[in-house]
Design a protein around this ligand. Structure first.
Ligand SMILES: Nc1ncnc2c1ncn2[C@@H]1O[C@H](COP(=O)(O)OP(=O)(O)OP(=O)(O)O)[C@@H](O)[C@H]1O
Ligand SMILES: [Mg+2]
Length: 325
């Protein structure tokens, strides 16, 4: 029997209010991540990747955002509907998140060692000196050279890559079960990017973490993901193991993404595909990709395809391609 996933999202729909009406930014997302697994989410800008992660963290804007339907189970516990206080405990204890720009998430006026130590103390009962020692161990673990000497340095004294390591140390200080990484390496140059990716990979293995890794970059996906979901206009259009996705993409959008894939050895973003992602205010009745799709048949323009299982753990949202091999 396979192990229960650490994170299991079912039928998640998230809406935002704009000009007096609610519009769905994420629709019917299904996703499961096991321990010791990195699940990448890829897709163009605005496809709903960050919104999905923010929903898991319970960090959607309170006034203008809401979860319309669905379920988010973390180690068997439903997160949707939990009071803020309970969510607060889960954030940074069972779940931690790292973002693209670590400078904005770090406190510029506090030495990094102290920031990590505070994260340790926020989640574990320990005195100041053992928290400090643990913080130093974390800084060493994320391979910041001469960690002991750097504990009293401020964020601006670190390079971008080193700041990202500090963020990862803070995220791991609480010993999370699930790490949400939203474009954590996009702002870094290629060599540093590779180092941070291999660090996340090592930590995943060492701690048996489940990792949700959000990126635009398919080269990065090829390097670190076990499993991939491709998002388009708020929906998952394909989920597959990384090998299957690259070897035999099924959804026409995935194919287009792969065709425009930058080489791994360059820091490229995806080349644009003809047409644009529809705005969340103009989602029609049919397949959201149909207006850009060369394979579209009549039905694609009038009926939304469901996510069809074409093989075990392989799903595709496409009337034309969603047939078992
Ligand atoms: N706070 C918000 N209020 C209103 N709409 C929002 C809000 N946050 C996101 N959206 C909308 O939800 C959709 C999905 O946004 P999201 O940030 O998840 O995209 P993304 O896939 O992370 O893109 P990127 O690659 O640019 O980070 C977009 O249409 C965006 O405009
Ligand atoms: Mg985003």
């Amino acid at each position: 029997m396979t192990e229960a996933p650490i994170l299991e999202i079912r039928g998640l729909s998230v809406e935002f209010r704009s000009e007096g009406a609610w519009h769905a930014a994420v629709r019917g997302v299904d996703l499961a991540i096991q321990r010791n697994q990195t699940h990448a989410i890829v897709g163009e800008s605005g496809s709903g990747k960050s919104v999905t992660a923010l929903a898991v963290m319970g960090l959607l804007p309170q006034q203008s955002g809401r979860i319309q339907s669905g379920s988010i189970m973390l180690e068997g516990r439903e997160l949707i509907g939990l009071p803020e206080q309970a969510l607060d405990k889960i954030r940074g204890k069972q779940v931690a998140m790292i973002f693209q720009e670590p400078m904005t998430a770090l406190n510029p006026t506090m030495p990094v060692g102290q920031q990590i130590a505070e994260a340790v103390r926020a989640h574990r009962r320990c005195d100041a000196s053992s928290a400090w020692n643990e913080a130093q161990r974390m800084l060493d673990l994320v391979r910041v050279p001469s960690a002991a000497q750097r504990m009293r340095d401020y964020p601006h004294q670190f390079s971008g890559g080193m700041r990202q390591r500090v963020m990862i140390a803070i995220a791991l200080a609480c010993q999370p079960r699930l790490l949400l990484a939203d474009e954590p390496t996009t702002a870094l140059d290629v060599t540093i990017q590779a180092q941070v990716l291999s660090l996340i990979e090592d930590l995943k293995r060492e701690y048996g973490l489940a990792v949700m890794f959000i990126t635009h970059n398919l080269g990065v996906v090829a390097l670190i993901a076990d499993c991939v979901s491709v998002m388009y206009a708020g929906e998952i259009v394909e989920t597959a193991s990384v090998n299957e996705l690259f070897a035999a993409p099924k959804h026409p959008y995935t194919e287009a993404l792969l065709a425009s894939m930058p080489r791994v050895d360059r820091d490229g973003q995806l080349e644009p595909i003809g047409g644009i992602v529809p705005s969340i205010r103009e989602i029609g009745a049919g397949c959201t990709f149909a207006p850009r799709c060369a394979l579209a048949i009549e039905r694609c323009h009038s009926m939304r395809p469901p996510l069809l299982e074409v093989a075990p753990e392989r799903t595709v949202r496409c009337w034309v391609r969603g047939v078992a091999a």
